[in-house]
Each structure stands twice: as structure tokens, then as C-alpha cells.
Design a protein around this ligand. Structure first.
Ligand code: ATP
Length: 428
């Protein structure tokens, strides 16, 4: 076993030193084995920053976390059903604490049944060799790397390798995880592991995942910085075709997908009130199909959660109507541009740009965010209108719309000019 104490000392800095010392102290008080595992160990060996610590306790994780939280002023969230806790500390440090466990899968893609165990069995239930290393934090064997599956060698050789033949049968989510780590670190999925993926895909194991789990994995994948490469890898491994044969049937998907990155960079420079959710723009593009009935059929078949289903449908409607409105006339008045863009989410704006790919859409969106959305502010309010002798009713909306249009079109620039407009058009 390799001693990694000097590596820990050289790479663990600042708040983490006190944190790891306290973990070791609580472990000694409780007389339980405590290990840091998974991504944190992998990233420590890769010398990559990782603020998420996963601890495994050979004992009760929840009471351990509460004890740890007393030492730090942290927030604990416990999940009794799973015997796990999360401790959140200042500076975005988050610690997940779990009881060491063995997992059993009663059928492919089922949620596992779990039983408390020792660290070795806990490491065996993990996804890849590079994620199955641990470091003991206190007691005998302190700061030695526990690497039962040659994870360190695979890390050096840049390989993503499962621990056993049935890994993807037990949990097909690992197929997406394999792509995620492969693309993130620019690694390769090891040959046998790739064969297991092919077999799992051919046996339609992905179709056995619930809509929730499928969405969750794709969402995490599309939050990586190499989305297009991840999607391309899914296509290469026939995963996309298995999820939905309707998608990626022509080049249009790739053309849009490749434009999303620059559309997002452009959107980042705009004064948008809410920044777009990156995963969603890629997700929408992934499931973009031309025909309405094909789109609806696919959405229903995939059993996506209700909120995602409605979000996809409303995104489609918004995009279609925005495209039609933008194409109606060659030159739009500022108030018409305002009307179109004020109804759109930031995700729709990014998608519009990538799909239409026109300088005109870009110019209008820039004008909207940089100019019109700010000049649309009206000074008169309902009380002012009542003070002018106008009775409250639907007419108020017409007046406010007329004032907003006039502001955006630059016909009105002050409260006084607003009053003149209302008097001339709405007061008999
Ligand atoms: P990231 O840097 O993306 O957070 P991570 O390795 O920390 O990577 P998590 O999803 O937080 O990934 O999972 C933590 C650890 O739990 C993993 O390193 C792995 O050991 C284990 N793990 C997570 N999901 C699975 C799974 N589906 N099957 C087996 N082991 C898993």
C-alpha cells in the first residue's frame, strides 16, 4: 500500500487541513474506520481541485456527521432511509458521509438493496477503478492509499474501466458516467469495458431506466464543459439511437449543437436578468425533431418527469412563435422587437440564435437586452390613471401597453410626455 501522507500535506491546504484533522479526531473518539473515497481521491492524485468530499464510515454515518458539525459551524442534512448525511461548510465545501455498504441488485437497472459492510465491499460496489480508491483518515493504516483495483495505474494510463462484467447490467447509469469521465479527463474507455457497454446497449438496458434517472444522468453529462463531445460519444456508442431513434437523423442537429457554444458565450455578455441553464439548451437540441406528432410521441414514450415534459413542450411553442414573429417583416419597430423578446426565456434566446443563425436575430436580441428592456420602464401607475379620471378596467392594460410601446419607440421620454399621451389618446 502506498503512503500518501506527503501528497495529502502538499495538496491539502487552508480550511481542509483543520477539517481533515477534525475528521480524524472524531474518528478516534468514535473508534470507527473513516475513509475519504471516490472523486476526491481521484482528483487528489490527478492534482485537480475538488471541493466535494465523500467520506465512508465503518459505523453510523449520521451520528458521525452530527458530531463533526458540532466542531464546525456547518449545516447537516440527513437521509435516514439511506443512512447518509451531507455537511455543508463555509467556502462551498460539502462533505457527503455514508455508512460503508454492500449493494445487491435484484434485477437489472433496479435500485440496489443495501447492507452495512466494511470499506472493501463498499469499494467493490463502485463504478470504475479510478473512482474506487480510498484513503484511511485515522488509526492504523492512516494516509495509505487503498487501491484494490489498480485505479492509480488506470489513472496514469487514462483508462475508464469497470470493476466487474455485470457493472452496466446492475446500473446502466454507469454508461453515461463512463462517457462523462472519459470526456472530462480526455481518457479512453478501456476495450473490455467498451464491449460491456455495447452489450448493455444492444440488450436495451437503457430503456429499463426510469425517466427520472435517465434525465438526471443526461443532465449531469450536459453540465460538463465538453457537451458536444459527450453527445458525439453517445451517438458513436449507439446510445442516442437507443434512447430515441427519431433524433439526430440529419446534420441539422450537429449544426445547431456546434453553434450553441458560441451562442452561450454571446449570451453571457448580454445583460440578461437570468443566465441560461446550459444543460437545458443542449438537452432541447438533443431532442429537437421537426414534426409535432413525432416530438409529442417521443416525449410521452420517454416518460420524462412532468416538469421536464412541460418545459420541453413550452420551449418548442415559444421557439416556433418567436421564429414566426421574427420572420413576419423585414424591419421590426423597437416595440415589436420588445414584444417578441420580453416573452422569451434566456434559453429560448440562445436556441433562437443557434437555430436561426442570423445576424438579424442577434442584432434584435442585443437591442432588446442592451436598450429596449431598459427604456420600457413607465413612470405612470394605476393611481395616476385614476387621478386622471380613468376608470380601472381592461383599458388600463391598453394604456400601459401604449405607454410601453411609446417609451421603447422613443416617442415618450418623461412622465410629462406620458401624461400628454394618455390625455390625447385615452381621455375624452
Ligand atoms: P464528480 O467530480 O463528477 O462529482 P464523483 O466521482 O465525485 O465525480 P459522484 O457522482 O459525486 O462522482 O459520486 C461519488 C462516488 O460515488 C464516485 O466516485 C463513485 O465511487 C461512486 N458512484 C457514484 N455513482 C455511482 C454509480 N452509479 N455506480 C457506482 N458507483 C457510483
Amino acid at each position: 500500500m502506498k503512503d500518501v501522507s506527503s501528497l495529502m500535506q502538499s495538496r491539502i491546504k487552508g480550511n481542509y487541513v483543520a477539517l481533515f484533522n477534525s475528521i480524524a479526531q472524531v474518528a478516534a473518539d468514535y473508534q470507527v474506520g473513516v475513509y475519504v473515497v471516490g472523486g476526491f481521491v481521484r482528483d487528489l492524485l490527478l492534482n485537480t481541485k475538488n471541493l466535494d468530499i465523500d467520506l465512508v464510515i465503518e459505523g453510523d454515518a449520521i451520528s458521525f456527521t452530527k458530531k463533526l458539525a458540532e466542531k464546525f459551524d456547518g449545516q447537516v442534512e440527513s437521509y435516514e432511509k439511506f443512512g447518509t448525511s451531507t455537511l455543508r461548510l463555509e467556502g462551498r465545501i460539502s462533505i457527503d458521509v455514508a455508512t460503508a455498504r454492500t449493494e445487491y441488485y435484484s434485477y437489472p437497472a433496479a435500485l440496489p438493496e443495501v447492507k452495512p459492510s466494511k470499506i472493501k465491499s463498499d469499494l467493490f460496489r463502485r463504478d470504475f477503478t479510478i473512482n474506487s480508491m480510498a484513503i484511511k483518515l485515522a488509526g492504523q493504516g492512516e494516509f495509505f492509499l487503498i487501491d484494490l483495483f489498480n485505479g492509480e495505474v488506470d489513472l496514469k494510463n487514462g483508462l475508464i474501466r469497470v470493476l466487474h462484467d455485470r457493472s452496466f447490467v446492475d446500473d446502466p447509469c454507469r454508461i453515461f458516467r463512463a462517457i462523462r469521465f472519459e470526456q472530462r479527463f480526455d481518457f479512453c474507455i478501456e476495450d473490455k469495458t467498451k464491449k460491456f457497454i455495447n452489450k448493455a446497449v444492444e440488450s436495451s438496458l437503457i430503456a429499463q431506466l426510469s425517466g427520472d434517472r435517465l434525465i438526471n444522468e443526461i443532465k449531469i453529462l450536459l453540465n460538463e464543459s465538453s457537451q458536444v463531445k459527450c453527445v458525439d460519444r453517445m451517438r458513436e456508442l449507439s446510445i442516442l439511437q437507443t434512447i430515441a431513434p427519431e433524433i439526430f437523423v440529419d446534420d441539422f442537429h450537429w449544426i445547431v449543437m456546434e453553434k450553441l457554444e458560441s451562442a452561450l458565450v454571446w449570451a453571457d455578455m448580454l445583460l440578461m436578468p437570468k443566465k441560461p441553464e446550459v444543460w437545458f439548451v443542449y438537452f432541447y437540441t438533443l431532442f429537437m425533431v421537426t414534426k409535432d406528432e413525432v416530438f409529442k410521441g417521443m416525449m410521452e414514450r420517454l416518460h420524462f418527469p412532468r416538469n421536464i415534459y412541460s418545459r420541453m413542450c413550452s420551449e418548442r411553442e415559444c421557439l416556433t412563435s418567436a421564429k414566426q414573429d421574427l420572420n413576419k417583416k423585414k424591419e421590426l419597430k423597437p416595440s415589436e422587437v420588445y414584444d417578441i423578446f420580453s416573452k422569451q426565456s434566456s434559453e429560448t434566446v440562445v436556441l433562437l440564435l443557434a437555430i436561426c443563425s442570423s445576424e438579424r436575430v442577434k442584432k434584435y436580441a442585443e437591442l432588446y437586452f442592451e436598450k429596449y428592456s431598459m427604456s420600457a420602464k413607465i413612470e405612470l401607475n394605476g393611481d395616476d390613471l385614476i387621478g386622471m379620471g380613468i376608470k380601472p378596467g381592461p383599458i388600463f392594460n391598453d394604456i400601459l401597453k401604449a405607454l410601453c410601446d411609446a417609451r421603447v419607440n422613443g416617442q415618450v421620454k418623461s412622465r410629462e410626455e406620458e401624461i400628454i399621451l394618455v390625455r390625447s389618446r385615452f381621455v375624452k
